[in-house]
Design a protein. Structure first.
Length: 407
């Protein structure tokens, strides 16, 4: 047992069996009882009995006795598992609003147990979905997700959550379609109802040009998470790509009736309404949503496209300039929204350039380029067709032709 006070961050860290940065974070965020004599730059002083008392209160161990080091580790692991379970529960209600808090729970779980493989995999998955939901830029999110995933796989390479995150990164970051397919299928053999894997497999079906398969997987995922804004938005997107515009509008109204309509869903609903010519309430709804979610640039893209096709060119150009000034800190992929506005203005070549950037950034939208109705006027453009072949659509088309010839 330590006698006397601890007089440095290193001695506090050694006493608790953690790293210095971890105990300093505990001090800042959770009130770990460490004092500075003579103000903020004075000597560090901590008393073992106070640290033990704080730890008992923080981890709530079953026994109310001083925790020795082995007991501390067990308590930390227990606390980490509780935090991970709380984060896991939040996947059932995944939205733009809770993906950040969910990631923070996983990070707190790692603070108290850096050997928690599921928490590392959770951080990776949360970062991927934060990008897909438009909360953060794709490139930075995928790089950080890859770092977290590396740790998860080192700790437990067989963990389904880690394998699923790896398949997602192979699809959206590496564009390795075959490896992504194998990864998702392996996870689904182990856990057929695991909706992140179902969702990933669905989006891969879009890449392969198989819209019916995509919708089938997404309908299964949606049935497992009916209150999940992300699952609803992705299902609506698959219907939009297949030309089911009225179904998209009905699904969006259903989401609103349930108290939550994802911004992605609103952008997709707006594009579907434009395809149907139902624009009566569109401008007001988009303007209101942009004011509430200024970093979700897809909403601005939909509004700019509406202005363009409505011959309100000055307003469309103003939105386009705003999008060109948007930086990585603004989160959502700006390239696809910018291309939408340019298509509304009938500036096709500049639109293709932005679409190429969207693909290279790993955006969700790029997975649907082959079927996106708004992009139909670009079919036959040499640069756009080259982009589609780069994405991997040519392989799917060759398979379809081979099947027809065989029949």
């Amino acid at each position: 047992m330590q006698e006397g006070p601890l007089t440095s961050w290193k001695s506090v860290a050694d006493y608790l069996g953690r790293g210095m940065r971890t105990v300093q974070r505990w001090h800042d965020e959770y009130g770990l009882p460490v004092r500075h004599l003579g103000g903020g730059r004075g000597t560090v002083v901590a008393y073992p009995e106070e640290l033990d008392s704080w730890l008992r209160s923080f981890t709530r161990p079953a026994a109310a006795r001083p925790i020795e080091k082995d007991g501390m580790r067990a308590a930390w692991k227990h606390q980490s598992r509780e935090l991970t379970a709380a984060a896991r529960k939040m996947w059932e209600l995944l939205s733009e609003n809770n993906v950040g808090p969910m990631a923070r729970l996983y990070r707190k779980a790692l603070d108290v147990d850096p050997d928690n493989a599921e928490a590392f995999a959770g951080v990776a998955s949360a970062l991927i979905f934060a990008s897909l939901l438009g909360n953060t830029g794709s490139s930075a999110a995928y790089a950080r997700a890859a770092s977290a995933l590396e740790q998860a796989l080192l700790l437990d390479s067989a963990l389904p959550e880690a394998q699923c995150a790896q398949a997602w990164l192979r699809m959206v970051r590496e564009r390795n379609w075959a490896a992504a397919r194998d990864g998702f299928d392996a996870v689904l053999r182990l856990r057929p109802q695991f909706w992140p894997a179902l969702t990933g497999r669905a989006l891969l079906s879009l890449v392969e040009g198989r819209l019916d398969d995509a919708s089938g997987h997404l309908e299964r995922a949606h049935s497992l998470t009916r209150l999940d804004g992300a699952a609803s938005a992705l299902l609506g997107w698959s219907w939009y790509l297949a030309g089911g515009y009225e179904g998209v509008l009905a699904l969006a109204n259903q989401a609103r009736a349930g108290g939550y309509c994802a911004t992605r869903m609103l952008a997709i609903e707006s594009l579907a309404a434009l395809c149907l010519g139902e624009t009566r309430a569109l401008e007001e709804r988009l303007t209101s949503a942009i004011a509430e979610f200024p970093h979700h640039l897809s909403l601005r893209g939909a509004l700019g496209y509406f202005y363009g096709v409505s011959e309100r060119r000055d307003e469309a150009k103003e939105i386009y300039l705003d999008l060109t000034r948007a930086g990585a800190r603004d989160g959502d992929d700006r390239a696809y929204p910018a291309a939408l506005v340019l298509l509304g203005l009938n500036e096709k070549q500049k639109a293709v350039s932005w679409l190429t950037q969207s693909y290279e950034a790993g955006s969700l939208w790029s997975l649907g380029f082959r079927h996106d109705p708004v992009l139909a006027p670009l079919k036959g453009d040499a640069e756009f067709d080259l982009l589609l072949r780069k994405i991997g659509f040519q392989a799917a088309e060759d398979e379809d032709r081979a099947a027809v010839a065989k029949d």
